[in-house]
Design a protein around this ligand. Structure first.
Ligand code: AMP
Length: 419
């Protein structure tokens, strides 16, 4: 074979694909129950959108973007995240004019040129939720609740929810100065990377896995919040406590994207190792203004689909296996193939799955395909059956067989699917 898939990407098919589809459909159903509707934006955007929104000095912008020029020399970038595109779409389509809170969710591939490893890919998928138009901490609580419900849906054991406030343009700049002052004295202890970036954006130190020792010697943002941020953070915690949501305060939690203000949170999986974040999010009240759209407060989160699929609890996976497909037609005489195809089509239109084995292989192989595919019934159509205008329907779980006339076959199988 001459070609391989690009490093850090995956091919999805077969059982794994079915698990993805089922998980996606359950997740989006749940999110819609909260009143969020889907938004689809382009896979690529003008590069400047991400540079402005995610931040010039961020790892994503400096190292990880797939950026290219189109034929007219415009700089475009495959989206590394989807909050900035959603905000761009919100502003461009003047959705702020109607007022109120706009609730959106999205699902799709993101692209980051990162070092691939377990749980980290160059093309990965995120499901994300954004609530745009309110500063109130109650919507922060709703967003955190949506994110946790996603994992409750799949019966995850207790997860580690980390919560912090990263301040706002009123308190963050002075905190950064305090940090810079402290870092002067600790420069020798920083990794090479952080020595360079400490003076540009000292918050990045908190994101660096190599500088753990230094982090604990630094002042924390929550001791330097302005009154407004402190009130907001306090109110959010009150609501979360009232909702019986368990979380721990993590003053070292900052997120790798520059647009966050006030609330920041992450959900960690204790068994995931280095890439243990299932989901992360926060408030981004300054993003709309950075995009030239004025003040539009908003909050959201994004969850990695690969990490969710890779950690789905056993219990959920075994329920999935039980969701059997319905009819597998084993064809040993194709003289009535058109009639069989018609019956199968009508079944599918009634919402029942039916697959016809058109390979011409022997009965043994066709029956094996029926049971390997976890179908409920094998429908055998051989010369004898055709002579009698019948099919033999075998219940693959009980092993029982019945002859059913062709004109009753469709209703027999559709009824059987409901049992
Ligand atoms: P972020 O957009 O960086 O806040 O990431 C949100 C979530 O997306 C993370 O918690 C991960 O679950 C997932 N994620 C981020 N980057 C990757 C990646 N390179 N590969 C797989 N999943 C990722």
């Amino acid at each position: 074979m001459k070609f391989k898939r690009p490093r850090g990407t995956n091919d999805l098919f077969g059982d794994r694909m079915s698990i993805w589809q089922q998980a996606e459909s359950e997740l989006t159903g749940l999110i819609r129950n909260y009143g969020y509707s889907e938004i689809r934006t382009p896979i690529f955007e003008m590069t400047d959108l991400f540079v402005r929104a995610v931040g010039e000095g961020s790892d994503i912008v400096t190292k990880e973007m797939y950026t290219f020029e189109d034929k007219k020399g415009r700089s475009l970038t495959l989206r590394p995240e989807n909050t900035a595109p959603v905000m761009r779409a919100f502003l461009e389509n003047s959705l702020h004019r109607t007022g109120g809170i706009k609730r959106f969710y999205y699902l799709g591939p993101m692209f980051r040129y990162d070092r691939p490893q377990a749980g980290r890919y160059r093309q990965f998928h995120q499901i994300g939720v954004e609530a745009i138009g309110s500063e109130d901490p109650s919507i922060d609580a709703e967003i955190i609740d949506v994110s946790l419900s996603m994992y409750k849906l799949f019966r995850y054991p207790r997860l580690d929810v980390r919560l912090n406030s990263v301040g706002c343009p009123k308190c963050l700049p002075s905190f950064k100065e305090v940090l810079k002052g402290e870092l002067e004295g600790l420069k020798e202890e920083l990794c090479g990377n952080c020595q360079d970036r400490a003076m540009i954006n000292p918050l990045r130190i908190f994101d660096c896995k190599s500088c753990d020792d230094v982090k604990h010697k630094l002042p924390v943002i929550t001791d330097h919040l302005c009154g407004e941020c402190r009130d907001h953070f306090g109110k959010l915690q009150e609501i979360l406590d009232g909702m019986k949501i368990d979380y721990s305060l993590d003053p070292l939690l900052v997120r790798g994207l520059d647009y966050y203000t006030k609330t920041a949170f992450e959900i960690l999986h204790p068994e995931l190792g280095a890439q243990n974040a299932l989901c992360g999010g926060g408030r981004y009240d300054g993003l709309a203004d950075d995009c030239g759209g004025g003040f539009v407060p908003a909050i959201g989160f994004s969850a990695g689909m690969e990490r969710l699929i890779e950690t789905l609890p056993e219990e959920y996976m075994s329920n999935l296996a039980a969701a059997a497909k319905v009819a597998y037609f084993a064809i040993l005489d194709d003289s009535m193939i058109a009639e069989i195809m018609l019956i199968a089509r009508e079944m599918r239109l009634e919402g029942v799955s039916a697959v016809i084995d058109l390979s011409g292989r022997n009965i043994k192989k066709q029956m094996r395909a029926a049971s390997d595919g976890s179908f409920k019934y094998a429908v055998i159509v051989g010369p004898e059956e055709i002579g009698r205008q019948e099919a033999t329907v075998k219940d693959l779980q009980s092993g029982e067989q019945e002859s059913i006339s062709l004109d009753k076959l469709q209703s027999y199988l559709v009824e059987g699917a409901k049992e």
